[in-house]
Design a protein around this ligand. Structure first.
Ligand code: CTP
Ligand code: CA
Ligand code: CA
Length: 645
């Protein structure tokens, strides 16, 4: 990508003369180069694809943008393009209801794996075959990957930090790139600070109107603020928004997708920004506009406050308004919510969020699952589905580089649900020889037989197979280990029962989860919250999880069972957002690392401020099953019509 076009035309040599200094110091500027969350100049963007699955289908089928289109799953809708939204169609609609609202609607069913087939395909009759098909979101994963790869290509190789937050969104820390562009454009910033003192203030930027192009600028805190001269934080965010505008244009040009973005000084604000105006727009939240932007908002719209925690604050203080909550003294918040949560909330509603953008783009686990309607009653049936799950997972593993041994999973897990009870088995995947689909299938069958030998397994309403514990490319939040209970042994090296049969009806935290939860986490979340899930926004990564859910239909009434849920493939915990799941998976990862590293003093001494959002996500989530599918990616017959590169 070409370097971003300057948003201002001036490089005035007269800057600073007779004027007061910038409020920022030389040190704060240099911290920008190292992505330091403590630099008040940092620039974070959040990019979210508009009506993502719907756009995938439009691009694949070459459908005009004006054409109303929805993505169908059985009789329900899981994505609706903006043309269709004008008719009042939403995710709550069934296909029949949507077609009444807009007879011209194109309802494209998601790809499915058909029982007995070796790969997924787009089947015209999928909607009426919920019993024999399972959903594949592979086409969307593939697009997601291409978009992510393009975004990375657009960023300088040595100055990029990109965090995939869900199948259709990323956080980008633009700080280092913005730092180098600042130095290029404003040579006055390159010299040493006066008296070699890094705490000296910078000169002010040249006085000039900043050109925000088509960006949505949120209103400023007060009328006075606009007349204040721009400072370096405004300039930094402007440069960030130029970079993002170019990236969005590139995504549009090369892959034909529109997306929306938020550019701000931290993750929380950038995420609020990307959702502020959709579709195909970017919103800039300058530091001087934060207060006003937030005070008009409900705190339940903020990341991590959409669910239980938000509800708790709401009922405790009898309001949802940030403006009201700004009046509450920090001590009061600590008293009612606990010290950590209270302080976190206090900061958050003031727009303070020091959490880092972490470059995690590696898949950490993969899940293939199916909820049965009607339930299945024979080992042969279970076996057929296990074969599909193994094929599904293996084809995704190929893309992860399992054949070249770049990455491979260490563990495999089977969850079986019958009569409201889930039983789980885990097994080590033999290392030291090439992994094959048949190995996964055999392990799955073996675990299934063990479950069957232990009691009544029919009728079975849900089966899920997952792999985890990937060996390579692990990056993680080591510091989170400080939350782990000492002496915990969670590594699974041989076939063994999960410590905790998941009784989904009881909503009790899994025994295993309970053991892993630290006092720190429990302090952060009141005990009663530990059993329940958290509404939030988006994900972890990755693909693996999101979307491996199915909407099921009972009679003509659409019953949404799990469409909003994100299930952890390792412990079956369910989250309502991909982000929450990502954080939760980070926790698993940290736990794995902790187990591996136990005894090494480096781990014990490694320190990192754990963003509270991570602690947040470690609470035991609501347990609930989601069925659903993921698909393979080998280009086979049914897929040859895909236009996706
Ligand atoms: N998705 C889903 N079920 C949900 C939420 C999301 O299946 N409860 C899928 C959607 O199909 C969607 C993708 O995940 O296309 C991304 O979700 P999201 O960003 O929340 O919505 P979009 O459909 O992309 O719409 P928007 O333009 O509002 O971002
Ligand atoms: Ca989206
Ligand atoms: Ca999203």
């Amino acid at each position: 990508m070409s370097s971003p076009s300057p948003g201002f035309q001036v490089s005035s040599p007269e800057h600073g003369i007779g004027r007061r200094k910038s409020q920022f110091t030389h040190r704060q500027l240099s911290l920008l180069a190292s992505f330091s969350p403590s630099s008040p100049l940092r620039v974070i963007a959040h990019v979210d694809l508009d009506a993502f699955y719907a756009q995938c289908e439009m691009v694949r089928l070459g459908i005009d943008e004006e054409q109303p289109l929805a993505v169908q799953q059985w009789q329900g809708l899981i994505a609706i393009n903006y043309s269709a939204r004008k008719f009042g169609i939403g995710r709550h609609c069934t296909v029949t209801e949507a077609k009444k609202l807009c007879p011209n609607l194109v309802a494209q069913h998601v790809a499915t794996w058909k029982e007995g087939e070796e790969t997924w395909a787009y089947h015209d009759d999928a909607a009426s075959h919920i019993a024999t098909h399972k959903v594949s979101l592979d086409p969307y994963r593939l697009q997601s990957r291409q978009i992510l790869a393009l975004i990375k290509q657009c960023l300088p190789a040595n100055k990029q930090k990109v965090e995939k937050a869900s199948i259709d969104e990323v956080f980008i820390d633009l700080s280092a790139q913005v730092h180098s562009i600042l130095l290029q454009r404003f040579p006055e910033l390159t010299g040493p600070p006066p008296y070699d003192d890094p705490t000296e203030k910078l000169p002010l930027p040249p006085i000039t109107a900043l050109d925000w192009k088509a960006d949505v600028l949120v209103d400023l805190d007060d009328a006075e603020a606009e007349v204040d001269d721009p400072d370096w934080d405004d300039v930094a965010i402007l440069i960030g928004s130029e970079i993002i505008r170019d990236i969005r244009a590139e995504i549009r040009k090369r892959l034909h997708y529109t997306c929306s973005a938020g550019v701000a000084g931290n993750k929380m604000l950038s995420k609020l920004g990307s959702g502020h105006r959709k579709p195909n727009q970017q919103t800039v939240i300058r530091n001087r506009a934060i207060q006003r932007f937030l005070s008009d908002m409900k705190f339940t719209k903020i990341r991590n406050l959409g669910g239980k925690l938000g509800d708790q604050v709401k009922s405790t203080f009898n309001t949802e308004s940030i403006k009201d909550m700004l009046e509450v003294p920090v001590d009061q918040l600590k008293l009612k919510l606990g010290d950590d949560t209270g302080l976190w909330f206090y900061d958050t509603i003031r727009g303070i969020d020091l959490s880092e953008v972490t470059s995690r783009t590696q898949i950490k686990s993969m899940l293939s699952a199916k909820s049965f309607q009607p339930s299945i009653n024979k080992m042969e049936q279970a076996s057929k589905w296990l074969r599909i799950f193994a094929a599904d997972i293996f084809s995704r593993l190929i893309e992860e580089g399992v054949l070249e041994n770049r990455r491979r999973p260490k563990t495999i897990h089977l969850h079986h649900r019958s009569a409201g009870q889930t039983r789980s088995k885990s097994s080590g995947i033999p290392q030291g020889k090439a992994l094959e689909e048949a190995i996964l299938f055999d392990l799955a069958k073996n675990m299934m037989s063990q479950i069957a030998s232990e009691g009544r397994v029919w009728p079975c309403t849900n089966l899920s197979l997952s792999v985890g514990g990937f060996e390579d490319g692990i990056t993680g939040n080591m510091g989170i280990g400080s939350f782990l209970l000492k002496g915990d042994e969670a590594r699974i090296s041989k076939v063994t029962s999960c410590d905790s049969p998941l009784d989904l009806s009881s909503h009790e935290p899994q025994e295993k989860k309970r053991r892993l939860e630290s006092p720190g986490i429990q302090r952060f979340f009141p005990k009663k919250d530990l059993s329940a899930g958290e509404d939030q926004t988006d994900s972890t990564e990755l693909d693996y999880t999101h979307g491996d859910v199915e909407r099921r239909v009972s009679g003509s009434r659409s019953r949404q069972l799990s469409i909003t849920d994100y299930m952890c493939s390792r412990c079956n915990a369910v989250f309502e957002s991909a982000e929450a799941l990502q954080s939760h998976n980070d926790w698993h990862l940290a736990k794995d690392l902790h187990d591996e590293e136990r005894g090494r003093s480096t781990f014990a001494s490694s320190k990192r401020i754990v963003p509270r959002s991570e602690k947040n996500a470690t609470q035991a989530p609501r347990k609930k099953h989601s069925g659903g599918g993921a698909g393979g990616k080998r280009l086979e017959q049914g897929q040859s019509k895909l236009k996706f590169g």
